[in-house]
Unconditional design. Structure first.
Lengths: 564, 80
């Protein structure tokens, strides 16, 4: 293996070697000599081919390493191609068994180093290299291609963080694209189960190295992206364990990069060990150093999530509570809030206002009652001061009717007031009620007084009213001249009389006997008064109306009949 | 303007928490918290927000408590 690569330009030297080898063989030398001489039996083609094969295999022992460019590549059961340079070409065959072993996918135009043995295929008279393996030309070829692809994809923006998608917080199901037999799958399962068993894992088995692996992986990625919704998959984990640079080379395939970029769900890639970097990892949305780490990125720790949820729950509760509290505080500062905070207070206040209103009402009623009774008293007082004589001759029945009206008006008023009080509040104080009662009894007494003052009644008792011709009442004997004509008013009518000269008066001038309703012993009436007199009794409506007017309360207005 | 009224932006009915993914439920929860935090939610909706939040938290917990899932296996079908 330490020999320098075989160079077709050096074939001259090779043939020299063959000749030298043939010369060393005495039998062969003889045969060659014979052939060269043209004598002896001729060689069959098969014998010649066999000879060439032997010469090549013995003279050029493998393995040879030959560098050249691939051309005329055909893959049937085995792989056939030509290896050539500017001026020469050699046929190559790669048997199927060897083709499976070699990891290099060759194509026309690739510069490769083939390793194999030189042989001659007699059936077709073809000298060819039986290839064991094909390697890219040059020691730095893989690295160079990796760098080239990196530059290209970086220029396309496929590595940009901006286009990397966030991973789900808690994926429903994760598609695991990896070898079904690898250690990576075991790590992923164990980690996912330990962290959160609720996350489902869907294995998409693929080969992760060797010929065709890249295509298989790309197909798996496209399949998952296409069926993600139907399968409930919301993330992809693309992974494989550690291996040689050649093992990991699969993940530098552009087709995989394209499939990752086109994926509808985010992809986490963890290929090989931490020191390895593949194109797949650079394009993926997240890169992890190991399958376990990749799983931890995708599958959150359940306990951690529980803690976070707990935080959120208590934060929400605290926030809402704070919000309500602050609102309550604002409300409390508000005057209107008083009612909400202590409804009883307001009710009590209202009740107090009602009570106050009730008291005011009671006071007002009582005030009006007392005003009425004062008026009544005044009236009664005035009536008292009217002497029966004055009253006689006016429409005394009117006086009675007036009294009746007054009394009944008072009664009605009382009734109304009582009803108002009853209606207004059943809780009127006893004091008011007592006041009402007192006033009512007073009213009853005044009624009785009124009744006593009735002029009819006085006349009925035998008193007589004396009037002059001009209808002015005569209240004193001394006021009458002898022979003067007067009218006498009786309960049932009016008579005329003439004053006698001889009539002696027991009452001197200025001696005014008391005249009151309760006075049962009036002075003796003049004799003349007792005599029925003849005359026409005439009624004076004007006087009557005057009396009526007098009945209306007028403070400080002396009764007209009094003091005559 | 009956059409305008019909298409007036009313509060959209919130999805039943039991139909939400963990992702959706926790995202809504975050937004509720943010809104309460910024005082965007009227007071009378505060308690409703809290009820909704509790329901979402309940949903998230229910998802976490789901039983251990079997490893499934799917074979990629024909390529598209």
């Amino acid at each position: 293996m330490t020999r320098p690569p075989f160079d077709p330009n050096r074939r001259r030297a090779l043939f020299d070697q063959v000749e030298h080898a043939a010369a060393a063989d005495p039998g062969g030398s003889a045969r060659r000599g014979a052939h060269a001489a043209g004598d002896g039996p001729p060689l069959t083609v098969s014998r010649l081919g066999d000879l060439i094969r032997r010469l090549l295999e013995d003279g050029v022992p493998g393995p040879l390493r030959v560098v050249g460019e691939i051309a005329n590549l055909t893959e049937r059961t085995h792989v056939y191609f030509s290896l050539r340079d500017e001026s020469a070409s050699i046929s190559c065959v790669l048997f199927a068994s060897d083709a499976r072993r070699t990891r290099f996918s060759a194509a026309n135009g690739h510069r490769v180093i083939v390793t194999g043995t030189l042989t001659h295929y007699g059936a077709q008279g073809r000298t060819q290299i039986q290839v064991r393996r094909v390697d890219p030309d040059g020691a730095g070829d893989l690295a160079a291609r990796f760098e080239a692809l990196c530059r290209e994809l970086r220029a396309l923006g496929w590595f940009d963080d901006a286009r990397k998608r966030p991973l789900p917080i808690l994926p429903q199901r994760v598609a695991v694209i990896t070898s079904p037999t690898g250690a990576a799958l075991h790590d992923v399962r164990a980690t996912a189960l330990a962290r959160c068993p609720a996350v489902g894992l869907v294995l998409v088995p693929v080969r992760v190295q060797g010929d065709g692996a890249a295509d298989e992986i790309a197909r798996a990625l496209r399949f998952v992206s296409r069926r993600a919704a139907a399968l409930g998959i919301d993330a992809v984990l693309l992974t494989r364990g550690g291996g040689s640079a050649e093992d990991l080379w699969t993940f530098n395939d552009r087709r995989i990069a394209e499939a990752i970029r086109a994926s509808g769900v985010p992809v986490v890639a963890a290929i090989g060990h931490e020191s390895d970097t593949t194109i797949a990892e650079l394009v993926a949305d997240r890169r992890a150093s190991t399958p376990t780490q990749a799983t931890m990125m995708l599958v959150p720790d359940r306990a951690e999530l529980e803690v976070q949820l707990g935080h959120m729950a208590s934060r929400l509760r605290a926030l809402v509570r704070a919000r309500v509290e602050s609102a309550r505080w604002r409300l409390a500062r508000n005057a209107a809030a008083e009612f909400l905070r202590a409804p009883g207070l307001r009710v009590a206040r209202l009740r107090a206002a009602v009570d106050r209103g009730e008291r005011d009402l009671a006071r007002a009623v009582a005030g009006r009652l007392s005003a009425a009774s004062i008026r009544l008293e005044r009236l009664a007082g005035r009536l008292t001061r009217i002497r029966p004589a004055v009253v006689v001759g006016v429409r005394h029945e009117r006086v009675g009717a007036l009294g009746q009206r007054l009394v009944s008006a008072c009664h009605r008023r009382l009734e109304r007031a009582r009803a108002a009080i009853r209606f207004a509040s059943p809780r009127l104080s006893d004091a008011v009620r007592r006041g009402l009662h007192q006033r009512r009894s007073r009213l009853v007494a005044q009624e009785a007084v009124l009744r006593l003052l009735d002029p009819q009644r006085i006349l009925r008792l035998g008193f007589v009213r004396v009037e002059r011709a001009d209808l002015t009442p005569v209240t004193r004997a001394s006021a009458l001249a002898t022979g003067e004509r007067v009218a006498l008013l009786f309960v049932d009518g009016r008579r005329c009389a003439t004053i006698d000269a001889s009539g002696g008066s027991s009452a001197g001038p200025g001696d005014d006997p008391p005249m009151g309703p309760s006075d049962d012993h009036p002075g003796d009436p003049p004799a003349a008064a007792r005599r029925p007199t003849r005359g026409t009794a005439r009624r004076r409506p004007a006087a009557s109306s005057g009396l009526f007017e007098d009945a209306t309360p007028r403070p400080d207005d002396p009764a007209p009949a009094a003091g005559t | 303007m009956p059409r305008a009224t019909a298409s007036a932006p009313g509060p959209e009915p919130l999805p039943d928490p039991s139909t939400l993914s963990f992702e959706a439920a926790s995202a809504e929860l975050e937004s509720i918290i943010a809104r309460v935090e910024e005082g965007e939610i009227p007071l009378e909706e505060c308690l409703a927000a809290r009820r909704r939040g509790e329901a979402l938290i309940g949903r998230c917990r229910a998802i976490l408590e789901q039983a251990e899932r079997e490893l499934e296996r799917v074979e990629p079908d024909g390529d598209a």
